[in-house]
Design a binder for this molecule. Sequence first.
Ligand SMILES: Cc1cc2nc3c(=O)[nH]c(=O)nc-3n(C[C@H](O)[C@H](O)[C@H](O)COP(=O)(O)OP(=O)(O)OC[C@H]3O[C@@H](n4cnc5c(N)ncnc54)[C@H](O)[C@@H]3O)c2cc1C
Length: 402
Amino acid sequence: MASVAVIGGGPAGLIAAEKLAEADISVTVYDRKPSLARKFLMAGRGGLNLTHSEDLTNFLARYGSAEKHLTPFINAFTPTALREWCEGLGEPVFTGSSGRVFPKSMKASPLLRAWQLRLAKLGVELRLQRDWRGWNDKGALVFTNTDGAEETVSPDATLLALGGASWPRLGSDGSWTKYLADKKIAISPLRPSNCGFTVKWSDIFRAKYAGQPLKPVALLFNGQRVAGEAMLAAKGIEGGAIYALSSPLREAIAANGSAVLHIDLKPGLDEPQLADRLSAPRGGRSLSNFLRQEAALSPAAIGLLQENQSAKNMAAPELSAQIKSFPVTLTGTFDIDRAISSAGGIVWHEVDENLMLRRQKGVFAAGEMLDWEAPTGGYLLQACFSTGVGAANGILLFLNNK
Ligand SMILES: Cc1cc2nc3c(=O)[nH]c(=O)nc-3n(C[C@H](O)[C@H](O)[C@H](O)COP(=O)(O)OP(=O)(O)OC[C@H]3O[C@@H](n4cnc5c(N)ncnc54)[C@H](O)[C@@H]3O)c2cc1C
């Protein structure tokens, strides 16, 4: 019986282990943590947005420059297939009003329990608390256990599914990049994606509004407009609408040192409607009372507007233009430790059409360690599952030809 080592027990590695074991391969999953899929469980705290129900053309476009690389894998294991897989494990799914797909339990733990049971029945072996350290000079995989002792294995094929570098305490810290770089495999640096951004708030604003939501708002950058909500933080701004723009914002900051995001603080009214309301006489009212009473702006939105010292002297048209497009200068990203996901990874020309590393025959890669990024909405997990299935199919082909 052929043997495969799957290194990384997140969704990409586990779905590959399942497909391989179903094909009568002897599979061992290695993970450095004492339990599997910790990031998947963390995703479950937000309801576990598994995938999205939009049509496949729009769905695939969410992967930007990686669309063409991911398309064959997502076509082969589609959002519908992922929903059916989840339901097959006894976890019915539903589609929310935004089109996002979740298990009805809104949790990852029951799904993971059922999944681990299925893997055990299929004979998948687990070797936990095994930290992968690359290859030795004989080409064997090297692991260290909790005592620091080395173990080596030489399976017939290997799947690397080691994740990106966000939330490293959950297991994935990108330490694998050095082992692949030693083999001259090109890696695009791991960078925060779906992350917050730093802003130099005034001390007064920071003290008063850090931790408060800014909603409803629409964010504008580079011709893209995203409606939703943002969260004000002591060191900047984060939240769903910001995450959706994180890729172009991050790249603009990398190129220019900073990026100016415009915030529409009153998305429900157009500029003339707002100007009309703000043409009411202000009388003795403070700017803050005036904006609350005439435009129903939230305290956080008013506080933000007051970050511009000259706002208090603005006439209605100018003030309404500021409210509809308030500029905020972003100076950097929050640390990757708190990002939802990573951009970067193994560049696509390093893997063949079956996700095998061209420079390491018999070694495949899947999941977030490949060079793609996507917004939140279920696109992250879908790509991890689809590339996991794709790599398993590639391994089966490789073993057949061997
Ligand atoms: C807070 C949060 C919420 C999220 N919510 C969602 C969501 O709702 N929907 C969505 O689509 N996505 C979501 N994501 C993203 C999603 O969880 C990840 O994209 C996905 O888990 C990546 O899967 P993976 O299998 O590639 O890697 P991972 O899940 O990171 O798994 C990799 C595994 O490899 C192990 N490992 C790493 N290095 C080594 C080593 N050297 N030796 C041994 N083992 C190692 C790790 O311990 C880990 O178990 C969320 C992420 C976070 C942080």
